[in-house]
Design a protein around this ligand. Structure first.
Ligand code: ZN
Length: 145
């Protein structure tokens, strides 16, 4: 696609990401979730329903999925190096996801992080929000798990 191409991944390289964005990265203010888990990782997420996301799993043994909070989304982590890649939600074979902006490489500059508090939303409100904001039709490549 036209637009902006971003790369990144975990520290050890087991999990890699390829992202296409329709707008410059600095126009995205990563959403800093205030739940205990995300705060402990210092994570903040960006996404674009009009963008594209591929997650390349080099070694499926290291794709960790951790559910917390309401448990309807899963945090994607590298179980080898411990990096939190992002968060994903699956519905009807469609995979939605948002990426922790800290895993993007190459000195990409994002907008100012903005605090969000999804824990105050109901499960239905969360799912509606994710479908509106997250990357859709995410490709998880090489995941045999
Ligand atoms: Zn890793």
């Amino acid at each position: 696609m036209d637009g902006y191409h971003l790369r990144g991944g975990c520290h050890c390289g087991a999990l890699r990401i390829d992202i296409g964005l329709p707008r410059p990265p600095e126009t995205y203010g990563p959403r800093a979730c205030d739940c205990d888990f995300c705060r402990k990782h210092g994570a903040a997420y960006f996404s674009d329903p009009d963008g594209s996301l591929r997650v390349m799993v080099g070694d499926a043994r290291f794709l960790g999925r951790y559910r917390q909070g309401s448990g309807i989304a899963e945090c994607l982590l590298c179980t080898n190096c411990g990096v939190l890649l992002g968060v994903a939600y699956r519905e009807d074979e469609r995979l939605y996801a948002a990426i922790n902006y800290r895993v993007v490489e190459g000195g990409v500059v994002f907008g100012e992080a903005q605090p969000v508090s999804p824990k105050t939303l109901t499960a239905n409100e969360k799912v509606r929000r994710w479908k509106a904001l997250w990357f859709a039709d995410v490709a998880l490549v090489g995941d045999s798990a």
